[in-house]
Design a binder for this molecule. Structure first.
Ligand code: ATP
Length: 372
């Protein structure tokens, strides 16, 4: 959790040992987690990992088979959806096609019998928040996908829920618009100060927007942490491979001290020296994860070093992406290593090209040791 948070702060949402079964099938498997006020919390996972089911239990549309959910300290077991301090924004947006944008946003307030003058003010405020003030009179079909998404958001926010649940809020947008809208969504969330829980299968999106992420796999939580924690310190091969791209070297622990381990890896063709807290028993089977951008690639042999964390191989693939290129290097062991680096790494150096023999090095703290 963010260091500035009071360690005694009570969680706003507390999910306690929640399991959801559909017949014999376990969709959510013994999940426990806490979400704090004002967080932008993402449930991230592949298709069928249980994200939506967990979100629907928060909203009250599904009941846990086991376990309990508390919101603001209150046990939600017997609280129906409409009595929860929660609103949900669906993936399809579910706008009424025959109603204007204003009508769509005002709908829930009319149902709650909010006085007309207040409805007008709150709708105007919500439209302003999502920057759609000029579009109030239009019908949904006269809007772009991104604008419809913002109407749906305004409609969810206008009811001033304490907790807003969003299922793939940017799912219907193309890549470019998605990227722009990610920052917009964070800005709006910060302005209104509501706690957001967002379901997404897009790891970049989760990394961009979230204060914390729960990575889900087959119904259970693989890891919870801030984007940096999850990227830099994955706790398992699953998380390391799910988030971003990674080189994984299989090996065994040769020796281990409280702050580092030395790992023998036949795949890497060198001993791996990894800085990490904790101690591992010699002989333990493990995997060393090294991100492609943490590997330095060079045609000249780098000076010094003790032969650890360095390998030699031949460039087999290059993808030019503009800002960086992706190189795939085949080591003499047959293992392929992925490296991302600018096309020319030094001013004096010629670009690296296919079939070049190159030297790869990385620092002790570039890797993580994983044992599961
Ligand atoms: P996606 O990204 O594809 O929406 P998800 O992570 O949101 O996936 P869920 O919708 O939570 O996944 O579904 C988790 C699992 O539970 C899936 O295998 C799904 O088939 C199953 N499931 C969900 N709802 C039901 C239901 N009402 N009856 C039976 N099985 C269900």
């Amino acid at each position: 959790l963010e260091p500035w948070r009071d360690p005694n702060e009570k969680p706003y949402v507390r999910i306690e040992k929640v399991t959801k079964k559909f017949g014999d099938f376990t969709a959510v498997d013994d999940v426990s987690l806490s979400i704090y006020r004002g967080e932008f919390f993402s449930l991230l996972g592949g298709s069928g990992s249980g994200k939506t089911t967990l979100l629907r239990m928060l909203a009250g549309f599904e009941r846990p088979t086991e376990g309990r959910i508390f919101i603001d300290g209150v046990d939600m077991s017997n609280v129906p959806p409409y009595e929860r301090p929660v609103n949900m924004m669906f993936q399809s947006y579910a706008l009424f096609p025959h109603m204007s944008v204003e009508g769509n946003i005002a709908f829930g307030l009319h149902q709650d019998r909010v006085p007309a003058a207040e409805v007008r003010d709150r709708v105007a405020e919500a439209l302003n928040l999502v920057q759609l003030s000029q579009f109030g009179k239009r019908k949904p079909h006269q809007l772009s996908g991104g604008q419809r998404q913002r109407v749906a958001l305004a409609r969810a926010l206008v009811k001033r829920p304490k907790l807003l649940l969003l299922d793939e809020p940017l799912g219907a947008l193309d890549k470019k618009l998605r990227e722009q809208t990610q920052f917009e969504l964070v800005n709006i969330q910060e302005k209104v100060g509501i706690t957001f829980v967002v379901v997404t299968h897009d790891q970049e999106e989760a990394m961009t927007m979230s204060s914390r992420i729960a990575v889900m796999n087959r119904g259970y939580i693989a890891q919870i942490g801030t984007p940096t924690e999850i990227y830099e310190y994955p706790n398992s091969r699953f998380t390391a491979e799910f988030i971003g791209s990674v080189n994984m070297f299989h090996g065994r622990v040769l020796e281990s001290e409280p702050d580092h381990s030395l790992i023998r890896s036949d795949e890497a063709d060198c001993d791996l020296y990894v800085s990490h807290p904790g101690h591992l028993a010699p002989g333990t089977e493990c995997w060393v994860a090294v991100r492609p951008e943490k590997v330095t690639i060079s045609k000249d042999e780098p000076p010094g070093g003790d032969g650890r964390n360095r390998a030699v191989g031949v460039v087999k693939e290059i993808a030019y992406l503009g800002d960086v290129s992706i190189y795939e290097i085949e080591l003499d062991t047959g293992k392929r290593v992925r490296v991302t680096a600018p096309m020319v790494t030094r001013r004096t150096e010629m670009p690296i090209t296919w079939e070049d023999r190159v030297h790869l090095t990385w620092r002790p703290f570039a890797g993580s040791v994983l044992t599961n």
